[in-house]
Ligand binder design. Structure first.
Ligand SMILES: Nc1ncnc2c1ncn2[C@@H]1O[C@H](COP(=O)(O)OP(=O)(O)OP(=O)(O)O)[C@@H](O)[C@H]1O
Length: 279
């Protein structure tokens, strides 16, 4: 449908070992999930269930073994050019200053250097890093590096933003500041966001909708919850709203068993050595 930014239609992903008797592991099975244009959707699920796999599929970095992905109604082939991806791990180039890191995607797109520098500077200011543009990543705090990475993604003005536990390495105060900043930026531009997190509180505080995935193997969505808390939200304050508490207990009732299953499965899962990717 045209108002959908992202559609996963009956996606399955099976990984196979390059050696070792052709062992296979079905990470994601028969998953259908839609994100509307401008919607903020979080995906929560137990550790190792397939959250990053889904995001990699949305980014076009991984092809599903079966099923189809559509981006604004068009089948996705190759890299998703309408999406920006913010990884869990550090993705900044250590040999480039903050501004050079933010500029690089623009330059790659063919924007002239002077224009790219102006846009990168404006984005660094928007994420609270005015004055830090010449610092190298190792001279920035963890929160500042995340802000730089956020500016890097937003500078490209993607219609879809894919975020894989972007703030999990931050202390709780910095994390809440960043979450509020992301919400403010999102509210101003209303891009579609697919946000992966382990943290149910974070998912509820930020999202329009929370999707719960089952434990693997064969992960699939097993619950979907509309988050009808008013906006704008402060992620710290909204946690004491009675509706937040109610939603939390409803979602946790679905998630809790999967977390326990996921934990058990991680302990028992066969180790796949060298892996080729989706089969
Ligand atoms: N390239 C690969 N080859 C083989 N198995 C893989 C590959 N990528 C992921 N897997 C397996 O698929 C499952 C899903 O992995 P994925 O990283 O998507 O989970 P996740 O939910 O994002 O994990 P976490 O919560 O720990 O970040 C895991 O069991 C993982 O070991």
């Amino acid at each position: 449908m045209a108002d959908h930014a992202l559609e996963f239609e009956r996606i399955s992903v099976t990984f196979r070992a390059r050696e070792g008797g052709g062992q296979r592991y079905t990470a994601v099975a028969d998953t259908t999930l839609h994100v509307r244009a401008g919607e903020f959707v979080s995906v929560v699920g137990p550790t190792g269930c397939g959250k990053s796999t889904l995001l990699n599929i949305a980014a076009g970095l991984l092809e599903p073994s079966s099923g189809e992905v559509k981006v604004f109604g068009q089948p996705l082939r190759g890299i998703n050019r309408r999406a920006g991806y913010m990884f869990q791990s550090e993705a900044l180039m250590p040999w480039r200053s903050a501004i050079d890191n933010v500029m690089v995607g623009l330059q790659y797109r063919g924007v002239a250097d002077a224009q790219a520098r102006r846009e990168a500077q404006a984005w660094l200011e928007r994420v609270g890093l005015g004055g830090f543009e010449d610092r190298y990543p190792h001279h920035l705090s963890g929160g500042m590096r995340k802000r730089t990475a956020l500016a890097q993604v937003l500078a490209l003005d993607p219609d879809i933003i894919l975020m894989d536990e972007p703030f999990s390495a931050l202390d709780i105060q910095t994390r809440q500041l960043m979450e509020n900043e992301v919400l403010a930026l999102w509210a101003a531009r209303k891009k579609a966001v697919l946000f992966i997190t382990h943290d149910l509180d974070e998912a509820i505080a930020m999202s329009d909708r929370v999707v719960v995935l089952s434990a693997g193997p064969g992960t699939r969505p097993i619950g979907e919850f509309e988050i009808d808390l008013p906006r704008p939200r402060d992620v710290a304050e909204v946690r004491s709203d009675p509706r937040f508490v109610q939603l939390h207990s409803q979602i946790w009732a679905v998630l809790r068993d999967e977390v326990l299953k996921g934990y058990a499965q991680q302990l028992n899962k066969p180790v796949l050595g060298a892996v080729e990717g989706a089969a």
